[in-house]
Write a protein that binds this ligand. Structure first.
Ligand code: DX5
Ligand code: ZN
Length: 222
């Protein structure tokens, strides 16, 4: 089953509750599986977004589980606070984590799904033995920092290799892609083995974001 996670980075930050509701399911029609929340600290990436207070408020404003993507330095120090703020899944970057195994265990122990992200230049192979510690692996398909960038086709082989490693070890972890995922790229990602799709501009740039979510899911499952 393909999961579609709209990224609120492309939503109107002054109306986040309403923007979350625009992708919730309505009777008979499935909505977003998770709401993707991009946390940026202007150090790990050259952009600044939001922190735990916004996550806490979003948690109260929507029933969609929150998928927090931490593009920050020192995730070892900050990630647990995002679980406490209400995130159902917390993704830290491999490049920033001092002790990824300890951090993943801490996130799980606090009750959230633990996930690790790889920037485009970071290979999956050094992390093969860590995969059982994770509930999701995120392969970035743009350089993190901004919404609306073009999908990097050169990441498709990494998605494929990651899928092979997951299957080789018989693991259940999800394989997420984030960056430039749209109607014109989602099929390639799905074919390469991704099963969780983050989409910012492709959902919130559409006239009907809920319909965009449904269309993307259908395309990914074809
Ligand atoms: C980028 C963020 C993405 C971003 C994706 O660094 O991690 O989640 O919102 O936006 P689109 O789908 O527009 O590329
Ligand atoms: Zn993201």
């Amino acid at each position: 089953m393909a999961q579609i996670n709209p990224s609120i980075l492309s939503a109107d930050f002054a109306r986040l509750a309403e923007e979350a509701r625009r992708v919730e399911g309505t009777d008979g029609a499935a909505g977003a599986d998770w709401l993707h929340v991009d946390v940026m600290d202007n150090h790990f990436v050259p952009n600044l977004t939001l922190g735990t207070p916004v996550v806490e408020s979003l948690r109260k404003a929507t029933d969609i589980p929150l998928d927090c993507h931490l593009m920050i330095e020192e995730p070892d120090r900050w990630a647990p606070a995002y679980v406490e703020a209400g995130a159902g899944s917390v993704t830290f970057h491999a490049e920033a984590a001092a002790a990824p195994v300890r951090l993943a265990r801490e996130i799980r122990a606090k009750g959230a799904r633990a996930s690790m992200a790889l920037k485009p230049a970071t290979p999956i192979e050094p992390y093969e033995d860590l995969l059982p510690e994770l509930d999701m692996l995120l392969v970035m398909t743009v350089e993190p920092g901004f919404g609306g960038q073009a999908f990097l086709d050169i990441m498709l082989p990494k998605i494929r290799r990651t899928r092979q490693l997951i299957d080789k070890h018989g693991l259940q972890l999800w394989l997420q892609v984030d960056g430039g995922v749209s109607a014109s790229t989602i099929e390639r990602c799905a074919e390469a083995g991704a099963d969780v799709f983050v989409a910012g501009s492709a959902v919130y740039g559409a006239d009907d974001p809920a319909a965009a979510v449904r269309a993307l899911r259908q395309q990914a499952e074809e």
